[in-house]
Design a protein around this ligand. Structure first.
Ligand SMILES: [Zn+2]
Length: 111
């Protein structure tokens, strides 16, 4: 189901419109003021799609925020560097080790 975003010319709010049937002509209506003076937004959604494609290409298991166990992130990062034959940078290694000890990375503490 295509999802489009529109910006209202009247109240300047963005509405997300689900297009259930692309064959019928869509009259987007503002969620906020019910105006039909809507301008289609393209850039933002296409950028999100590109980010998703990058993650898919890298084999990322999902958005970083959805990984609850920090050790899983460390394992994944290690595996990526291994796959590309690269050495793990020292600060990344320290971050992973800290995450395994149950600490969340907090660069402010290092200053
Ligand atoms: Zn509006």
């Amino acid at each position: 189901m295509p999802i489009y975003e529109y910006r209202c010319s009247q109240c300047n709010q963005v509405s997300t419109i689900f297009v259930r049937n692309p064959k019928t002509e869509l009259v987007p209506t503002c969620e906020h003021c019910s105006s039909t003076r809507m301008k289609r937004l393209i850039s933002r959604l296409s950028r999100v799609k590109n980010d998703q494609q990058v993650m898919d290409a890298l084999g990322m298991p999902g958005p970083a925020g959805s990984i609850e166990d920090p050790r899983q992130i460390g394992r994944w990062v290690e595996q990526r560097f291994e796959d590309y034959g690269m050495d793990l940078p020292e600060e990344t290694r320290e971050m992973i080790d800290a995450a395994r000890d149950g600490e969340l990375p907090d660069p402010v503490n290092d200053l």
